[in-house]
Design a protein around this ligand. Structure first.
Ligand code: AMP
Length: 396
């Protein structure tokens, strides 16, 4: 179904509540250290301003336990400051997201003005999707717009609950873009469709793998989960991380790949260490088998080369999950190598959020990808084929 977006609505003079994802990282002084999420919401916000809407923005930030104690640490004030700089206009920051004071601020808003509500999670009713709280938020506005893809997999009061109590609703441009690119990659990919899946555990990625096996031509496995697959084939993996209770599951996935004629590629060489530490001895093992005293911490150079060839000749590439313990320099080459190969690829390149998006950002390659998802959990659930409550709520 085509998603209704904000540009399908008349906004002039209306109070437009936009759920954004301003869950940004802050430094010790409370300054925004990465404003990517704020910038990602700008197209929707500036559109609403240009349409003469009275703009009400709401977001969560971090995981505050209670309102008053955590106020200094979890206030959205730094986001308000940054947003104001980016917009070149004042942003009014409310000291709460509900209550009489907020109702008054919302009522007094003029066309083109922007009000940012304080952290939604100062109220436990937000995550509990409390009906009374959802109604209170809905009463602030005429139109509800969800542009927070990062929380679209959560049915909270502001991301889903309040949609039932507003007259008009739509998705913002960011949610539309995410759903379009992730949806196209899965639903109608230019072929060959190559998927790279990494990360620590097979168990976290089972549904992702199953859904990809039904759609992809090639699936390249990296990260610690590769050792569970190798162990399932009785390849020695030394001290590598293995989910011993998932060996049978790994075999079933490999059987499914064979039955569906999907190429399931596993590492043929490894970068190993004697411990998962930055200072550990780095050993390139030029074989599938890993010596007993070592653990696999990254894919090896021949594996990277094989994955790179697939990426370069793909019509569509989708990547989720690091190829190794990429947070530590000795084991980061596989992950950054995949990012570089995707940047060079001619096909459509889509990066799922979380660690892989962080790696692409670290390498300064975001602009060279077709799409880098802003939502870790949300993009995974989308790729699993699940309906996202925050997207569903935008539909009539
Ligand atoms: P996930 O959240 O499942 O995507 O896993 C990501 C985490 O797995 C990252 O912190 C990686 O550093 C870690 N990881 C990936 N490969 C390995 C490996 N071979 N050994 C240990 N940790 C790894």
């Amino acid at each position: 179904m085509a998603l209704k977006t904000i540009d399908a609505l008349q906004l002039a003079g209306k109070r437009v509540f936009i759920r954004v994802d301003f869950n940004v990282p802050l430094d010790e002084q409370g300054k925004v250290t990465d404003d990517a999420r704020i910038r990602a919401a700008l197209p929707t916000i500036t559109y609403a301003i240009a349409q003469k809407a009275k703009v009400i923005l709401a977001s969560h930030l971090g995981r505050p336990k209670g309102k008053s104690d955590d106020k200094a640490r979890f206030t959205l004030e730094p986001a308000a400051v940054r947003l104001s700089e980016l917009l070149g206009q004042d942003v009014i920051l409310a000291d709460d997201c509900a209550g009489d004071g907020v109702v008054k601020l919302a009522r007094e808003l003029r066309e083109g003005q922007v009000l940012l509500l304080e952290n939604l999670r100062f109220h436990p009713e937000e995550e509990a999707n409390d009906e009374g709280f959802a109604k209170e938020l809905a009463a602030l506005c005429d139109v509800w717009v969800n542009d927070a893809f990062g929380t679209a997999h959560r049915a909270h009061a502001s991301t889903a609950g309040m949609a039932r109590f507003v007259k008009e609703k739509a998705a913002g441009f960011l949610v539309k873009k995410e759903v379009e690119y992730l949806g196209k990659a899965l639903g109608n990919p230019a072929r060959p469709f190559v998927a790279l899946v990494g990360g620590a555990k097979v168990s976290d990625k089972i549904k992702v793998l199953e859904n990809l096996l039904a759609r992809a031509d090639t699936v390249c496995i990296g990260g610690a989960m590769a050792y569970t697959f190798l162990a399932a084939q009785e390849v020695p993996v030394g001290k590598s991380l293995v989910e011993k209770d998932k060996l049978e599951l790994a075999r079933q996935i490999m059987d499914k790949a064979r039955a569906r004629k999907v190429d399931l590629l596993l590492p043929v060489d490894h970068v190993c260490g004697d411990a998962p530490k930055e200072t550990a001895r780095r050993v390139v093992v030029a074989d599938r088998a890993i010596p007993a005293d070592l653990m696999g911490l990254d894919i090896g150079p021949r594996t990277l080369d094989a994955y790179r060839q697939r990426i370069l000749s793909a019509g569509t590439v989708f990547w989720n999950g690091p190829m190794g313990l990429f947070e530590q320099k000795p084991w980061a080459e596989g992950t950054s190598g995949v990012a570089r190969a995707m940047a060079q690829a001619k096909g459509v390149t889509v990066v799922g959020g979380g660690d892989s998006a962080a790696a692409v950002e670290q390498a300064g390659l975001v602009d060279q990808m077709t799409h880098v998802s802003t939502g870790g959990g949300a993009s995974l659930e989308f790729i699993e084929g699940r309906e996202l409550p925050g997207v569903k709520a935008c539909e009539d």
